[in-house]
Each structure stands twice: as C-alpha cells, then as structure tokens.
Design a protein. Structure first.
Length: 278
C-alpha cells in the first residue's frame, strides 16, 4: 500500500511567510509546493471549469510523477449540467496522457440528499468520467447507509471519507471505503464555525491525536490487506494550517508506522526553463 499526502489547493497568499518563503510570487507557489508533497487537489476547478491548456501549463511546472486530483466544477457537481461534461473530460485527458492524473473528485453539496434522481446523476458521472478514477464526497447524512460502498464499487467509484464536525445533518466522520483505494479529506472539527463563511469553516488545526486516529485506522486496515492506495488531503487551508498538518502527518507516519510506503515529494526542486537569450 502507498500513502499519498497533500492539500486541497496550493495558491494561497496567506501561506507566504509561513509555508512559502517570504517574497514567493503566485507563479512560484506550485514549484515550491512540489518540494514538500507528491500530489495536490486542484481547488480552483470547482469555481471555473478548467481548460486543457491551463492544466497542461500547471503540469509543466511540476516534476515527473507529481500527481493532480482535479475537483469537478460546481456546474457539474451542484448544478448537474451534462453540457459541461465533454469540455471537462477533454481538459483532464491531457493530465491523464502525461501520467499525472491521480483522479477526479466530485464534492456534492449538503443540499443533495440520497434520492433516485441524485443516484441517476452519479451513474451518469460514472459513465462519463469513471475511466479517470472518480471519487465522490457526500455531505448529507442521508447517504450514510449500509449499501453505499457496494453500490459505488459496482461502478468503480471511490467513496471519500471525511473528517468533519459531528453535526446532525452531515455525513458522519470516520473511515469509509468502496474500492481498494482510500480517499480521506480533512476539513475541520469545529462545529460552531461549520455553517459560517468558508474561511471560518475551514479554519482549524488538527492535533497529533486527531491525525493519529486516521493513521491507526489505516494501519489496522493495512493488516487486513484491503487497501492498495490511501490519499490524505487537507482542506483546512486557512493560514497554511493544511500544509502544516500535512507535513506533520508525514512525520507521524514515520514515527508511528514506518513500515508504510509513504510517497515522498517527486523532486527536491523543479527545473526552471530558461530563455532563448540566456
């Protein structure tokens, strides 16, 4: 089993001076990020559908083997627009051909309950995007039912496990898995801030004990031989907390589970392309 650790997004100005060196410009953030982590979730694609050229340009800033997880645009996950599927599929095919697409993430809103039309839309997404390794994250508790992992497994879709507050309407925190790939997204455990702005919702710092809970569970499941790949992505991105917690989890794996194959950064530095006149 291989363990991959990264963050949801990388281009945050408030990470400069803490995670990124002082003076780091936006175009320098991804190459700097690659020195610490082997993969990243692309968060901006949720707000605007990406083009193939944009994703290719990002890939050119990374070392060989670095992986991207691309979040589906909200017009697909939230608005359920089939018209957007061909363009999005074309955009991510470039990363797949480069061998740098770890998968796709469909983050459904809490407003999406487990209904027949919602299940039909998931079936449509599986048919359109399943070949790119599609993972689905549910927010509403109605999806927490015994048959969910098996149903998703039939379509080869990965079920995302979440670390979120214990609130009545939310999909419950804890390990869930539908295939031999585990996908964990760590958001926050602060119930008081969950329904405030996005900045407040994800303003949270995980303790060693909280991170250790996930490591211990993964080790238990590794003994059972049920997981080939485990992804841990931190979405608590306020004030570089995601990067700090992700690096700490790397250290904790070394301390608590040194026998686990933790995927390292792909390169200590990324070559910078010169110009014709250099």
């Amino acid at each position: 089993m291989y363990v991959w650790i990264g963050t949801s997004g990388y281009s945050y100005q408030d990470w400069v001076g803490d995670f990124y060196p002082e003076g780091t410009r936006p175009e320098q953030m991804l190459p700097s990020y690659c020195r610490h982590f082997p993969l990243v979730e692309l968060n901006f694609t949720f707000y605007r559908p990406p083009t193939r050229s944009i994703l290719d340009r990002l890939a050119c800033k990374t070392p060989p083997g670095f992986q991207f997880l691309v979040k589906l645009p909200q017009v697909i996950s939230h608005d359920q627009s089939p018209l957007e599927l061909p363009g999005f599929r074309h955009a991510v095919e470039g990363l797949a051909q480069r061998g740098q697409l770890a998968g796709l993430l469909c983050q459904f809103p809490q407003a999406l309950h487990c209904t027949r039309p919602a299940c039909n839309w998931i079936t449509t997404l599986a048919g359109e995007l399943g070949k790119f390794r599609l993972a689905v994250e549910f927010r509403h508790r109605s999806w927490s039912r015994e048959g969910l992992p098996a149903w998703l497994a039939e379509m080869n879709l990965d079920l995302v496990a979440v670390d979120a507050p214990d609130l009545p309407g939310l999909f419950p925190r804890g390990w869930v898995q539908s295939t031999r790939a585990a996908y964990v997204r760590l958001h926050s455990r602060n119930a008081d801030k969950w329904y405030r702005s996005g900045e407040e919702r994800y303003d949270y710092h995980y303790s060693d004990n909280e991170l250790g809970e996930w490591i211990d569970e993964l080790v238990r499941r590794d003994v059972e031989g049920g997981t080939e790949r485990a992804l841990f992505l931190f979405n608590n991105c306020q004030r570089s907390q995601a990067a700090v917690n992700a690096r700490r989890m790397q250290q904790l794996f070394g301390e608590r589970a040194p026998f686990v194959d933790l995927v390292p950064p792909m390169a200590s530095s990324v070559p910078v392309q010169g110009t014709l006149f250099e």
